[in-house]
Design a protein around this ligand. Structure first.
Ligand SMILES: Cc1cc2nc3c(=O)[nH]c(=O)nc-3n(C[C@H](O)[C@H](O)[C@H](O)COP(=O)(O)OP(=O)(O)OC[C@H]3O[C@@H](n4cnc5c(N)ncnc54)[C@H](O)[C@@H]3O)c2cc1C
Length: 408
């Protein structure tokens, strides 16, 4: 038994990436006690990023399974949700009436897609994209000649739009705001992404709301009717935090956690998309809905559960997205009062963007520029901002420019 290990089994709610990463981290850290993972999905754990990309092209569930080899000797309970927790008795109740006592409880319950009330009773298929089942239903409706309408110009909707174009579907994207990727990309990046979609024949309607439907068409607020065989709604997610809220654990669309993954209730932790944590760049409590956060916050929580003196989790948030031949990587926050453009920001080009706020680097974006990403990410730490002209020059060797003074 390791120093800070809980007395009694560790029960994890949710069986996605954060849960798998956490369980693997506990075992790698030497934890020999019981681990129970409760998942409401029947499917063995799988990776979500391929659902809007490779899986739509290939349709191979076995290719997207998560690697469970590190998560040894875990009791997986699949197909039954947890429906209540009792933090006094340290007990979890499942929907099938089974009860489990816990030494430590970990919320890894992720998030669920927002629904669009205007299309609630639509007669055409309206699907959100979160689960393998959603992805399979979408895949069944795509193909040459299919008419896809994507509601929401965020990352997941745009990835699906790009994949669907590759499969020969016609695609319309409807976005309520006046630009794409409003929450997660700078204006410069959003313009390049929008132009790429236009170049691939996507019909983009910005500043438009869906009002309802008429037979096989959806109706927009300017009166336009867009005929569709399939509508995919990608308008964001809400945290699956209802059991925590019911147990009086502090939540606000997400369970508040500190840098050790602790909630406001002793013995209860939370990791992944369900958490609301302090973003080390913005300083605000935010939900960080990325693959790298689910994985690394899960690992960090396992470390701190075993050793409360372990280094707190303070990873800089980042995500990637693949659309057509664009590979974009974004770290930090994408808003600022100044932007340095390294290269030419046009579709198909390789370029990087650095967002500054009051002279401090707060965000970096790399487009088709994977090799520069880890160097540029260092700007978001404590590295002093180098000469701006040198930074903007794509010919400057970043490894030299950003190397610590001693190493130069
Ligand atoms: C289509 C798609 C594409 C994506 N692409 C990218 C990408 O390119 N790059 C990137 O960085 N990120 C991407 N992401 C985001 C990334 O996949 C998520 O951040 C990550 O999967 C979150 O993992 P999680 O374990 O926290 O939550 P989840 O994977 O959502 O797992 C939570 C699990 O808990 C279950 N659950 C909920 N309530 C209960 C309950 N009461 N009892 C039992 N089980 C419960 C849920 O059903 C779910 O199975 C994508 C996400 C999607 C959906």
């Amino acid at each position: 038994m390791t120093a800070g290990a809980p007395h009694g089994p560790v029960v994890v709610l949710g069986g996605g990436l954060a849960a798998v990463s956490f369980a693997g981290g506990l075992r790698s850290g030497g934890f020999e006690g019981g681990i129970v993972v409760v998942s409401d999905e029947v499917e063995p754990p799988y990776d979500r990023p391929p659902l809007s990309k490779e899986f739509q092209r290939e349709g191979l569930p076995d290719k997207i399974r998560l690697d469970l080899s590190r998560a040894r000797d875990v009791e997986w309970l699949r197909g039954t949700p947890a429906c209540k927790i009792d933090t006094q008795r340290r007990e979890v109740l499942l929907a099938d009436d089974r009860r489990f006592g816990y030494g430590a409880l970990v919320f890894a319950t992720g998030a669920s897609p927002r629904r669009l009330p205007a299309l609630q009773d639509a007669t055409l298929p309206v699907i959100t994209l979160r689960t393998l089942d959603d992805a399979q239903r979408i895949r069944a409706g795509l193909g040459p000649g299919a008419r896809l309408v994507v509601v929401g110009g965020g990352v997941i909707g745009l990835e699906l739009a790009a994949t669907a174009r590759g499969l020969g579907a016609s695609v319309t994207v409807i976005e309520a705001l006046d630009r794409l990727m409003n929450r997660c990309a700078s204006t410069t990046l959003a313009k390049v992404v929008a132009q790429s979609h236009l170049d691939h024949g996507v019909d983009i309607r910005l500043g438009r709301q869906v009002m309802g439907f008429e037979g096989p068409a959806i109706v927009l607020d300017d009166g336009a009717r867009v005929e569709a065989d399939l509508v995919v709604v990608g308008i964001g997610v809400v945290a699956n935090d209802e059991l925590a809220r019911a147990a009086d654990i502090a939540c606000d669309d997400g369970i508040f956690v500190d840098r050790l993954g602790r909630t406001t209730c002793p013995g209860v932790y939370a990791i992944g998309d369900v958490t609301r944590q302090r973003n080390p760049i913005s300083g605000r409590f935010e939900r960080i809905e990325t693959w790298s956060n689910a994985q690394n916050q899960g690992l960090a929580a396992a470390r701190t559960l075993l050793d409360p003196t372990a280094a707190p989790y303070a990873d800089i948030p980042w995500y990637w997205s693949d659309q057509y031949d664009l590979r974009l990587q974004v770290a930090g926050v994408s808003m600022g009062d100044e932007e340095i453009v390294r290269g030419e920001a046009v579709p198909g080009a390789k370029f990087s963007l650095i967002q500054l706020h009051r002279g401090r680097a707060v965000g970096v974006t790399c487009m088709n520029n994977v090799r520069e990403f880890s160097s540029l990410k260092r700007l978001l730490g404590s590295v002093p901002l180098p000469d701006r002209a040198a930074l903007a020059d794509p010919g400057t060797d970043l490894r030299k420019l950003l190397a610590p003074p001693m190493a130069r």
